[in-house]
Design a protein around this ligand. Structure first.
Ligand code: DQA
Length: 144
């Protein structure tokens, strides 16, 4: 099973940005965590991060027929990007949306997600573990 993990804008700044919200661990340790979890589940994982909306859309387009699932934390683009939603719809790859924080208990503008209009599962407020749960979700889905 091949899973693409996409982290969007400002996710490369975790560890530095608002540590009281996003924690003290950096993006590199997030990638190590994801790779370790994927390995234990026998999943082949690719991690991608970009601060550019168009680059994220291109990565999704190129994933067409190449990945069994996408895990995406689009950062602030979650709340603004019809383009990322359309890219996900175009490739029809099963998608899990992840957020480090509980976006539903934060500012009102964070409570709407364009990604949620396509994602089949949404995991919020669990920090790094959310990505692990998303991997587990894909692995359980095909385990019968
Ligand atoms: C985030 C939540 C978003 O509202 C915010 O813009 C982010 C990070 C999260 O992981 O909690 O950049 O996606």
């Amino acid at each position: 099973m091949k899973i693409l993990v996409i982290n969007g804008v400002n996710l490369n700044m975790i560890g530095i940005r608002e540590p009281e919200l996003y924690g003290k661990k950096d993006y590199k340790s997030l990638v190590s965590y994801i790779k370790k979890e994927a390995k234990s589940l026998g999943i082949e994982v690719t991690c991608f991060q970009s601060n550019y909306e168009g680059a994220i859309c291109e990565k999704i387009q190129k994933a067409y027929q190449k990945y069994d699932g996408i895990i995406i934390n689009a950062g602030a683009y979650t709340h603004t990007s019809v383009a990322i939603l359309d890219a996900l719809k175009a490739v029809e790859i099963p998608t899990v949306e992840v957020h480090l924080t509980d976006v539903y208990s934060r500012e009102e503008f964070r409570q709407h997600s364009f990604i949620s209009l396509y994602a089949e599962k949404i995991i919020v407020g669990k920090g790094f573990i959310g990505y692990g749960e998303a991997l587990k979700y894909f692995s359980d889905k095909t385990a019968f």
